[in-house]
Design a protein around this ligand. Structure first.
Ligand code: KG4
Ligand code: ZN
Length: 353
């Protein structure tokens, strides 16, 4: 089975082809193979505004979507005639951006008589791990950390069963990286820039707070930390002290990583699960990977994350991967498929665990 995935939830126009097989008799996960994964980034368009401008994002998607799909097909070495199903991001995301992908997907499904699957973007971030790590199977704990979300999810016991354990109460982790980079005048998107700059800084230079780290919930809060960085910079400027951006970046990053690490490990402990999988753009962060790797080694836990940054950030292969599961299971969301900007991963607590 060949599934064409389409992703346009935010500022990346992406298309990919994933092949799946043996899904009926095979245990979780599906056998899947990525044949192509094309991402047209809009960073150049949005960076001068310091963040994504929704209207510009939609327009750019309209320009890019057809060439990107054609490139995904040609890189996979197939034609549209060989595609067995279409998977498209249904939400969460920017409504104008989502509409572009959904409209194209529905047009393709209609003209080709193909099944169409509307995919939850957050679930897809979890699924990008299955594409690379063939031994990963539920149950596991997933930390989904992106520009729009920070969620701790119990995945299992079966495939596509989820229980949301915690989420951010305000800013997402990636959003905090982006906003701190903006206030330091470092550019957009902030995550990769702060990650790189932090390597030249002292992570212990400034004792920024670790918000929520010791409270009992598995929720997160990053907006106070962002304000703490702003206050620090303003205070130092008032005192006419030089602010070292590398030290600020490294100290801020260390605070975020400490919180994400502690909460993820606590979730694993609570659920008595020793397998963890990261997903979303912030899963590309080198400090987060390093700290969680170290802690997981100490605890005898298994840690998974998509090795390549392109598989952490938004891509269509992860959308196609969920699509393989949905379509092979007989789902067809037909042409009534619509955007769901507030789509969430929550499907209710799982019994018997
Ligand atoms: O998953 P993603 O591409 O889009 C959303 O679904 O939101 O995540 C984008 C976010 C941005 O906030 C970006 O700054 C952050 O992921 N990001 C990183 C890194 N690479 C991307 N954050 C920290 N360190 C990184 N290396
Ligand atoms: Zn994403």
């Amino acid at each position: 089975m060949l599934v064409l995935g389409i992703e346009t939830s935010c500022d990346e126009t992406a298309a990919a082809v994933v092949e799946a097989g043996r899904w009926r008799e095979s245990p979780i996960p599906l056998k899947m193979r990525m044949l192509s994964n094309i991402v047209a980034s809009q960073i150049d368009v949005h960076s001068k505004f310091g963040g994504v401008v929704p209207e510009l994002a939609s327009r750019k998607h309209m320009q890019n979507i057809v060439p990107v799909i054609l490139q995904a097909l040609s890189c996979a070495g197939i034609t549209l005639d060989e595609v067995d199903g279409i998977a498209v991001t249904q939400g969460p995301g920017l409504v104008g951006s989502l509409l572009v992908g959904i409209s194209v997907a529905k047009a393709l499904a209609y003209t080709r008589g193909l099944p169409i699957a509307g995919v939850n973007h957050l679930e897809a971030h979890i699924y990008s791990n299955y594409l690379e790590h063939k031994d990963l199977e539920p149950p596991f704990i997933s930390l989904v950390v992106s520009g729009g979300h920070t969620e701790l999810v119990y995945v299992g016991p079966g495939e596509r069963q989820y229980e949301k354990l915690g989420q951010t109460m305000d800013d997402a982790a990636g959003e905090a990286f982006d906003k701190v980079a903006k206030l330091l005048g470092l550019g957009y998107p902030g995550g990769p820039i702060i990650d790189k700059l932090s390597k030249e800084g002292d992570a212990e230079a400034i004792p920024f707070p670790r918000p929520y780290v010791w409270n009992h919930s598995l929720n997160f809060s990053f907006s106070g930390l962002k304000t703490a960085v702003l206050n620090y910079v303003l205070r130092e400027q008032e005192k006419e002290n030089t602010v070292n951006p590398a030290d600020v970046a490294a100290s801020f990053q260390a605070a975020v990583v400490d919180v994400l690490t502690e909460k993820t490990l606590r979730a694993a402990e609570m659920k008595e699960i020793n397998v963890i999988a990261l997903g979303g753009g912030v899963a590309a962060n080198s400090a987060l990977r390093k700290q969680l790797t170290q802690r997981c080694e100490e605890l005898g836990y298994k840690l998974y994350y998509p090795t390549e940054a392109i598989m952490c950030t938004d891509n269509a292969a992860m959308i196609a991967a969920v699509g393989c599961s949905l379509i092979s299971g007989g789902e067809d969301h037909d042409l009534l498929l619509d955007t769901d900007v507030y789509k969430t991963i929550h499907t209710g607590p799982i019994e018997n665990h």
